[in-house]
Write a protein that binds this ligand. Structure first.
Ligand SMILES: C[S@@+](CC[C@H](N)C(=O)[O-])C[C@H]1O[C@@H](n2cnc3c(N)ncnc32)[C@H](O)[C@@H]1O
Length: 205
């Protein structure tokens, strides 16, 4: 039995997603296609659609989350696609906006996925990165420990814990010619985990 199946877990996960959706919404376009890479249970995508019904969100993940139920996917503005390849299975410039929430550190190569997300975003569109980035070794240990425990509550989530320092991400954004349009952060309720939020503009070609 995984803790993620408990009603209390789902309630807290829903609250966390509400906080995330409210933080991310102002960074999204009024309408348009969004890729939510590493979407998990899609609670955040569902909150975003509730807040702005003009969005269309494709969730993508390596696994189908145990709480990603049919009720969520029945919504006409939401869809889910499982990823089985290293590359993101969409053509260049497919989405108005791409977002990756609390997922880069789960991937084998966060830098590669930033490049891939940029590729599938339309020129001039935005890539939204919400990520736990550490500032020093103590911060890294604290963040990794909490993240490992939280993800072990769920079934089958890969937890390689490839956290990167804040300054490293700034360099990756520069190398990829991604312009920081907005930067903010939130601390999650209960765990107080620090999430940096970036709205990055993909260059016009
Ligand atoms: C901490 S969860 C975040 C889920 C969701 N974005 C949220 O904030 O509620 C990280 C997610 O990344 C997914 N993931 C791990 N490796 C991935 C990969 N290579 N490609 C896509 N998703 C991946 C996991 O399965 C998991 O659902």
């Amino acid at each position: 039995m995984f803790l993620a199946e408990l009603p209390l877990y789902k309630k807290l996960s829903g609250k966390r997603s509400r906080v995330l959706a409210e933080a991310v919404l102002p960074l999204l376009p009024e309408n348009g296609s969004i890729l939510d890479f590493g979407c998990g249970n899609m609670f955040t995508a569902k909150h975003l659609i509730d807040l702005n019904p003009n969005l269309k969100i494709t969730g993508m993940d390596v696994i189908e989350d145990q709480n990603l139920d049919k009720k969520i996917l029945d919504h006409p503005a939401l869809s889910f696609k499982q990823i089985n390849s290293r590359e993101i299975p969409f053509h260049d410039h497919t989405f108005d906006t791409t977002m990756v929430i609390s997922t880069l550190h789960h991937t084998p190569e966060p830098e590669y996925y930033i490049q891939e997300l940029k590729r599938v975003t339309k020129p001039g569109g935005n890539l939204i990165v919400v990520e736990e980035m550490y500032l020093n070794t103590v911060d890294k240990i604290w963040t990794s420990g909490q993240d490992w425990v939280l993800n072990k509550m769920k079934k089958g989530v890969p937890v390689p814990l490839n956290f990167r320092p804040y300054r490293h991400y700034l360099q990756v954004f520069r190398d990829q010619h991604l312009t920081i349009r907005k930067e903010t952060f939130i601390r999650m309720p209960i765990t107080l985990m620090h999430h940096y939020i970036f709205q990055l503009q993909v260059p016009q070609v």
